[in-house]
Design a protein. Structure first.
Length: 196
């Protein structure tokens, strides 16, 4: 008995445009030995126009109060970036690691307060968003589509790496939210160089 095209899960994975994009690029890593290592989970839904999982951080947190962010945080001893990103996503919004397919690491970014962040690109099923929950760290979950973000008028300014290299900082104004800083830098890379 023959199977329909792309019925094999491995074929579906190989046909994933984000998997193909990730495998065809060279990741830009930063070397910032005095910065604290962290990781974030960049989870895209498996839809024609993927949604991206973002959180609005509580105003009670010690850093990045009230900002829009990917789930994530500092690496614990012995953790890889992917392990940290998955752990933090489960702690912050209840996203179970078993529901996540990690695609790979994208370009490192940094924050002015001394975090060296590795974004971990991943795919999730759209219905997984319905299982997420708020926690003391997260006051709101937002899920803009990539198409909505691409349609926005983006603002940017220049900031500088410790070695003096200029880095543009982007701002995406989406439905009353101001997506900026490290989160917007990662999104900008995905939106401008990732699959349409």
């Amino acid at each position: 008995m023959s199977h329909p095209p792309n019925s094999d899960p491995l074929d579906q994975q190989q046909a994933d445009p984000w998997q193909l994009w990730q495998s065809g690029r060279t990741r830009a890593a930063l070397h910032l030995p005095t910065y604290r290592r962290a990781a974030v989970l960049v989870a895209l839904t498996r839809e024609a126009d993927p949604r991206v999982l973002l959180t609005v951080r509580s105003s009670d947190l010690p850093t990045h109060k009230g900002q829009i962010a990917f789930p994530g945080g500092s690496l614990e001893a012995g953790e890889t970036a992917a392990q940290a990103a998955l752990r933090e996503a489960e702690e912050e919004v209840g996203l179970l690691p078993a529901a996540v397919q990690v695609v790979g690491e994208v370009d490192d970014v940094f924050t002015p307060i001394g975090f060296h962040v590795t974004p971990v690109l991943a795919r999730i099923e759209a219905q997984t968003l319905q299982t997420l929950r708020l926690t003391p760290e997260v006051v709101q979950i937002i899920t803009p589509t990539l198409g909505e973000l691409r349609a926005l008028t983006v603002h940017f300014e220049l900031r500088y790496l410790p070695d003096g290299t200029p880095v543009p900082v982007y701002r995406y104004p989406w439905q009353g939210h101001d997506i900026w800083g490290m989160t917007a830098r990662v999104l900008h890379d995905l939106l401008t160089s990732g699959p349409a």
